[in-house]
Design a protein around this ligand. Structure first.
Ligand SMILES: C[S@@+](CC[C@H](N)C(=O)[O-])C[C@H]1O[C@@H](n2cnc3c(N)ncnc32)[C@H](O)[C@@H]1O
Length: 296
């Protein structure tokens, strides 16, 4: 990883900001804090998108650089995961946001406001986030920051010493991260999630279709997208073929409950709002249930 805060985390904040500036009733969600994580030039672009006459220009400019896939895919995945967290969060559960970046769910989702949230991320991005959360004056007493590098540090030890309780039901979210890691780091992290969920729980993660890395022809948006993340010096390194996903996760003690592309997951919502944009076939959201033989 680079020694600067994650650019792809900031890009996600920008995409969420564009969506949040859409009129009420014509957006998939609202993240009122997303703007605060943006550098001035990107904040100006996001603010311009709130002005009806400029919206198309501002968002169009962004899509022209990034290509047609990333933004609609990002907003669909945000909505799917918001809903999945709300469904999984019940009295007394805890939530772990792995590679949290500038995810503000701990503050904006009513479901999480009264629950313990652990935000795990690379220390450089996490420090940048903390400064913004402080500046905004957000009440983060329910949030515990856990700085780690998935490639080098011991997630289990860090979570346990931060107060995570494996006997309490947990919602783990790993959004927009597996595609930047090595297979070894993913294996180790999935192992930790499995081992720390003896109290029950769910893991919601995203992954990219491995074919986008080798033969992008099935995905018209793939080439530009791969180029954009490489330019950001956060290249995609890992993907899974959806046909193999169930077995891959089963071998790691995780039962695949749901697995959709953002193209399929977002279709009905976007159509209902009269929007012609669509998610991406290469970007997938999986819901997994850790299996513990002695409990089942
Ligand atoms: C695309 S951003 C996603 C952020 C957030 N989950 C979201 O969806 O908005 C990728 C995140 O993964 C984190 N990340 C990437 N590689 C990492 C590593 N080796 N260790 C810890 N965090 C890492 C980055 O710091 C960044 O916050």
């Amino acid at each position: 990883m680079k020694a600067v805060p994650s650019l792809t985390a900031e890009t996600m904040a920008l995409q969420r900001s564009f969506e949040s500036h859409r009129p009420k009733g014509r957006r998939l969600f609202c993240d009122p804090y997303a703007d605060a994580f943006l550098r001035p030039s990107l904040r100006a672009l996001a603010t311009a998108s709130a002005i009806p006459g400029l919206r198309r220009l501002a968002v169009g400019l962004y899509d022209a650089v990034g290509g047609p896939g990333p933004r609609p895919s990002a907003i669909v995945r945000t909505k799917v995961i918001d809903d999945a967290i709300a469904e999984a969060t019940t009295d007394g559960t805890q939530c772990v946001l792995l590679g949290a970046g500038y995810d503000t769910r701990a503050y904006r989702l009513p479901a999480l406001k009264d629950h313990r949230v652990f935000e795990v991320d690379h220390p450089i991005t996490q420090t940048a986030k903390h400064l913004v959360v402080d500046r905004l004056g957000l009440d983060d007493r329910h949030v515990t920051y856990v700085p780690i590098d998935f490639e080098h540090d011991r997630l289990a030890d860090s979570l346990l010493s931060a107060g995570f309780d494996p006997l309490v039901r947990s919602t783990f979210v790993w959004e927009g991260v597996t595609n930047y890691l090595t297979g070894e780091a993913i294996d180790a992290t999935l192992g930790v999630v499995h081992d720390l969920t003896t109290g029950g729980g769910v893991l919601i993660l995203t992954y990219i279709d491995a074919r986008a890395l080798t033969d992008p022809t099935p995905f018209p948006e793939a080439r530009r997208w791969v180029r954009a993340v490489t330019r950001a010096e956060e290249p995609w390194t890992f993907g899974l073929n959806p046909a193999d996903a169930s077995q891959y996760f089963a071998e790691r003690g995780l039962l695949l409950r749901q697995d959709d592309s953002t193209l399929d997951a977002g279709r009905a919502w976007l159509t209902a709002q009269g929007r012609s944009e669509h998610g991406s076939g290469l970007y997938r959201i999986a819901v997994l249930e850790p299996e513990h033989g002695d409990r089942d």
